[in-house]
Design a protein around this ligand. Structure first.
Ligand SMILES: [Zn+2]
Length: 217
């Protein structure tokens, strides 16, 4: 691969008799650095606009990674497995009503709708008919901007919902065990209580925190 087209830069060079020296053109001072080399060869794309819904203080890496994969539609949902030629039923194991896909799970599946409605009620967020994961993540980003505990709590609620429901889906498929949606919500509630303890930001909206039992911590 030709990183630097040399011909145009040496075509008009005159020989002066001075000693030759190396210059690293991608950096401003002619000195080589890995930073300048990386910036030179990488292709920079648009920033991931939902970054602070996925990564934030007190976030759980496994949950964040799961949410990231869901946002990019990279979870091995049954519609994708069938496209890969992996034999699998296409029906959602949570509701047995529709084909399983990222968009069905988040948030069209009645099992999920119930849990997410409960979360939104406790987050004092308006419920809407527009229930796709990206929109819900953007809604949280827009509503919770102030750097306080409610900012963290709202992001944890989305992260944990995506994570716990994915765990329940896997439990049903691989372990043949079912958990009632109220128990899944209970796990989300517990995740939030545990992870929020590690946050030392200011309290923020105490009513929302109280809805999630923060005042009992
Ligand atoms: Zn379903």
């Amino acid at each position: 691969m030709k990183l630097i087209p040399l011909m145009p830069s040496i075509a008009n060079t005159s020989i002066t008799g001075q000693q030759d020296s190396w210059k690293w053109l991608p950096s401003g001072n002619g000195e080589f650095s890995f930073h300048s080399a990386w910036n030179h060869i990488r292709s920079s794309g648009a920033a991931f606009e939902l970054y602070n819904v996925v990564w934030y203080p007190s976030s759980n890496p496994r949950m964040s990674y799961c949410l990231l994969k869901a946002l990019y539609n990279r979870l091995p949902t049954r519609d994708r497995l069938i496209n890969f030629g992996i034999s699998s039923s296409e029906i959602c194991v949570l509701c047995d009503l529709a084909k399983e896909s990222r968009d069905h799970l988040y948030f069209q599946c009645p099992y999920l709708v119930y849990i997410w409605k409960l979360c939104k009620l406790k987050l004092q967020m308006n419920d809407s008919d527009n229930k796709d994961l990206n929109t819900e993540a953007q809604n949280i980003q827009q509503k919770f901007k102030s750097k306080d505990k409610s900012y963290i709590l709202a992001r944890l609620a989305l992260n944990s919902t995506v994570w716990q429901v994915w765990q329940e889906r896997n439990r049903r498929i691989f372990q043949n065990q079912k958990m009632h949606k109220i128990m899944v919500f209970r796990r989300i509630y517990e995740d939030i209580n545990i992870l929020l303890r590690t946050c030392n930001w200011k309290v923020g909206n105490s009513k929302i925190l109280s809805n999630w039992g923060y005042d009992k911590l």
